[in-house]
Design a binder for this molecule. Structure first.
Ligand code: C2E
Ligand code: CA
Ligand code: CA
Length: 852
């Protein structure tokens, strides 16, 4: 048996880097040719033909060589693409009856003619095959020349022949594997042993036959025909065996592919398995599968497998061209015209086959760019590709395509979900929520009922983010989302609008009551603290509720809920607010108030109330606090909370404060006229932080005191704790100037800020007004009361008077008195009163007796 190479792959061997695979194979061919030439020119040149008595002309032997290369069995499978021939026959005949140089010449000529003319091999392949044939013949002749003339037909001669053909077979297989390795650029010797062993089996049998033929030729040429029968039998056996093996290989390959496709968990994996097997099998750079969806249901999806992960998976192809016809197959080699379906794809060479079921073609398999240009795709490859495609059709069809369509629609669903849901919490996002509200409203236009939108904003969420980190913040949002979902009916929608803002849509309800129920349910659900980084964090939320029927649009309802939520936050957080008509205007009204306030100061819309300050022991009214009110032309009497902040912002607080001071001192001078100078009475006036920074404040106070003829000691100025510590040196200067006038100074709302008591020492302060929460505390428990008591004690140590604010109950008054707190102010004694009422109180004994 002799072997000719038909396959080789491309790669890189280190010393040959920079050369192409083909160039490296040419190099091997040249080396073998050079070795053959050296042998022929050297040791072989002088050797005569063996003395066998029979001379065969070398051209006749060449014809025999050629015939053997024509009558061959092609074994072309995967990488092991080669041909089995009866080449040993002429070789052995040549060893006995032709000179070594003649043998080499016959081998070269015969093989070259057969391979070129009959098998039409490419120049590279032809040269390679002829080169290794020549080398084999030369080496065999050299080996055989060692046998002495008398031993040619004895054991020594036969052994030499077996050695020579064996060596030639091994050399042929090795040369082929070497060529493949060089072509691919990496050692590719897998299967070498198996190839040698099968090769040698045939070589042994052919060599035996050849020796018999040689023996008969030498002894009785007329008996040679007897060999025809075993020869033909042997030849048939070869063919049968090779075909069988080939079939076995194909089946094994197809079952491998089938298994790989079936084992793949999904379509993606199945296609990948198919393509990778196809690439390996056909020695192709690229394999690709285009799947055509059912008519009209979307774009074809193409998966491409290329070298080193170059590829793409199930990518939609907008311009895939028409679906191929059933059984369509194409093959084109480098330089040949490209079939229509493959035009413009940039392939050098390619084959295609279709995947189909009885329902029609659903895919097209393409393998392209043969790794070895020397062995282009041929009809056998195309046939095998067809078999592969048919096999793959069955595997892919078996429920898998349906599964794929489900997968694809699941993917679409997933993408849709992503577009309309919040990725962190999985809740509906703003876009979808808006849609749902719109949809609910349009239903309400057709049927009765209303929709309720709740807008929820976490209170102090920023603090969690800032102190515990964004992870903790995210965790909190996820937890809140989960609890929120638990609060809505199946038909309703919970959404995250962004940040810490959530929303709930309650559809088809009677009235606002349904919204209140949900709001209360949400507050109840949020009551349990959330554990973040092992810490319990309380969750509070302000909720705005808005009702809408078919008339409104989604944007309006959401805005209304937002207004209500803002109001709830204003009211003190962790509560819900219900949108009312008019609330909507509150923002505009707030703006109006600002402009109107200016006029109010000028046009005397302001007035004063006076809340008495009482001696906790005697119950006597020892003073009062002036509190401003705004008699608004349309909105009635407004409390300072409604406008003081604007006055602060706009700077109007300066003229307003001056107006209060002027009015309060005017009133005080009237009361003084009634009371005489002996009875202690101190009138307190609030100073805003902004007023404190006003240059000339002390001068203004002095002027007004003079104007109204009031002794400075009758006036007490209240300054909030936070204003005190804002700008210490400047504040200190102002306070000293005021103090120098002889007025008293009180720290208002003490305890709500954060000043340490000792810090107060540096300020010229006379009175500490204990803020309402500490006053409330005295009723609650020993612990809370201890804190209030501590404030009183330290105030005493600093020689400050103490006034308890917001005293509402008799027991508070008693407790405070027992602690040593000197004075009190609060609804328990009196509300802020018009000047006349306080005057009456001062004149009569009632106030004094009442508190006694
Ligand atoms: P403030 O200086 O702490 O005044 C005491 C506030 O407590 C008054 O509210 C008074 O009505 C209220 N109050 C008194 N006793 C009780 C009680 O027993 N229970 C309860 N719940 N509340 C009680 P009002 O008059 O609404 O004043 C609010 C705030 O407005 C004042 O707090 C003060 O900071 C500011 N303010 C009032 N008038 C003026 C002013 O002429 N100038 C400046 N800058 N601020 C003022
Ligand atoms: Ca005050
Ligand atoms: Ca106060």
């Amino acid at each position: 048996m002799t072997t000719t190479v038909s396959g080789a792959r491309r790669l890189v061997l280190a010393p040959l880097r920079g050369l192409s695979g083909a160039q490296r194979v040419w190099l091997l061919t040249a080396a073998m040719s050079a070795a053959t030439a050296a042998l022929v020119a050297g040791p072989l040149s002088a050797l005569p033909a063996p003395a066998t008595g029979l001379g065969v002309p070398w051209p006749l032997l060449a014809v025999l060589f050629a015939l053997c290369e024509v009558v061959v069995v092609n074994v072309q499978f995967r990488r092991d693409a080669h041909t089995i021939s009866l080449g040993e026959l002429p070789l052995v005949v040549g060893l006995y009856f032709v000179s070594p140089v003649g043998l080499v010449a016959a081998q070269l000529t015969g093989a070259a003619v057969a391979l070129a003319l009959h098998r039409r091999q490419t120049p590279m392949k032809l040269a390679f095959n002829v080169a290794h044939f020549g080398l084999e013949a030369a080496l065999a002749a050299l080996l055989f020349s060692l046998v002495p003339a008398h031993a040619l037909f004895g054991a020594a001669g036969w052994a030499a022949v077996f050695a020579a053909t064996t060596f030639a077979a091994v050399l042929a297989v090795s040369a082929m594997f070497a060529a493949v390795s060089l072509s691919e650029g990496r050692p590719a010797f897998a299967g070498w042993g198996r190839e040698i062993s099968t090769g040698l089996m045939f070589t042994g049998a052919t060599t035996s036959m050849a020796l018999l033929a040689v023996w008969m030729l030498a002894q009785r040429p007329q008996a040679l025909w007897l060999l025809a029968v075993p020869g033909a039998t042997l030849w048939t056996a070869y063919r049968a065996w090779v075909r069988e093996r080939e079939r076995g290989e194909r089946l094994r390959f197809l079952s491998e592919v089938t298994q790989a496709i079936s084992a793949a968990p999904d379509l993606e994996g199945a296609v990948a398995a198919l393509l990778s097997h196809a690439r390996g099998m056909f020695r192709a750079e690229v394999a690709e599968l285009t799947l055509y969806p059912a008519e009209g249901s979307g774009l074809p999806l193409r998966t491409t497998a290329g070298p080193e992960g170059h590829g793409q998976v199930l990518r939609p192809v907008p311009h895939a061209g028409p679906r191929p016809a059933r059984g369509a197959a194409a093959l084109f080699r480098a330089g040949e015209p490209v079939p229509e379906g493959l035009a413009g794809r940039g392939y050098r060479d390619a084959m295609t086959a279709t995947l189909a079921t009885e329902r029609g073609v659903f895919g097209e398999l393409v393998v392209a760019d043969r790794t070895c240009e020397a062995t282009p795709f041929d009809q056998e490859d195309l046939q095998l590709l067809g078999t592969l495609a048919a096999q793959a059709s069955v595997c892919l069809e078996n429920g898998r395509l349906e599964k794929t369509l489900v997968q694809l629609s699941a993917l679409k669903e997933h993408l849709r979900h992503q577009a309309f849901h919040d990725s962190l919490t999985g809740l509906v996002n703003r876009a979808l929520f808006h849609d749902r509200v719109e949809h609910a409203l349009s239903s309400r236009r057709r049927e009765d009922g209303a929709v309720i939108v709740l807008l929820l904003d976490l209170d102090d969420f920023k603090a969690v983010n800032d102190s515990l980190g964004h992870d903790a913040g995210d965790q909190l949002l996820v937890e809140v989302a989960g609890r929120l979902e638990g609060c809505v009916r199946p038909g309703d929608t919970a959404a995250r609008l962004g940040g810490d803002e959530f929303a709930v849509l309650v559809d088809d309800v009677e009235g606002i009551g349904a919204g209140i129920v949900v709001a209360e349910r949400i507050h109840a659900a949020l009551r349990a603290p959330v554990v973040l980084h092992g810490m319990e964090v309380a969750v509070h939320a302000s909720i705005g509720i808005a009702r809408a029927d078919g008339i409104d649009d989604a944007a309006t309802v959401l805005r209304n809920a937002d207004v209500a939520m803002y109001e709830a936050k204003q009211q003190g957080k962790n509560r819900y607010g219900i949108y009312e008509h008019g609330m909507h205007h509150s923002a505009r009204e707030r703006l109006e108030l600002r402009t109107q306030l200016r006029a109010a100061v000028d046009e005397d819309q302001l007035l004063l109330r006076f809340q008495p300050v009482v001696d906790l022991v005697s119950g006597a009214v020892v003073g009062a606090e002036a509190l401003v009110r705004w008699a608004h032309p349309t909105r009635g009497l407004l409390a300072p909370d409604a406008f003081i902040a604007y006055a602060e912002e706009s700077g109007l607080i300066v003229p307003l404060g001056a107006w209060v001071l002027d009015g309060a001192l005017a009133q005080l001078s009237r009361w003084r006229a009634d009371l005489g100078t002996s009875r202690p009475f101190t009138l307190a006036v609030n100073l805003s932080p902004r007023q404190l920074t006003q240059p000339g404040l002390a001068e203004e106070v002095r002027r007004l005191l003079g104007l109204h003829g009031v002794p400075p000691s009758d006036l007490m100025l209240e300054i909030t704790e936070s204003a005190l510590i804002k700008d210490t040196p400047a504040t200190l200067r102002v306070l000293r100037d005021l103090k120098a006038l002889g007025v008293r100074i009180a720290v208002d709302d003490f305890g709500t800020g954060y000043s340490a008591l000792s810090y107060l020492r540096q300020f010229p302060i006379d009175v500490l007004k204990i803020s309402k929460p500490f006053v409330d505390d005295v009723r609650r428990g020993a612990e809370e009361r201890a804190l209030t008591e501590a404030i009183v004690r330290i105030a005493q140590a600093l020689r400050l008077d103490t006034i308890a604010e917001g005293v509402e109950h008799a027991d508070q008054r008693e407790a405070l008195r027992d602690m040593g707190c000197g004075y009190g102010q609060g609804f328990h004694f009196a509300r802020p009163l018009p000047a006349g009422d306080l005057g009456a109180l001062l004149r009569g004994p009632a106030a004094v007796t009442r508190s006694a």
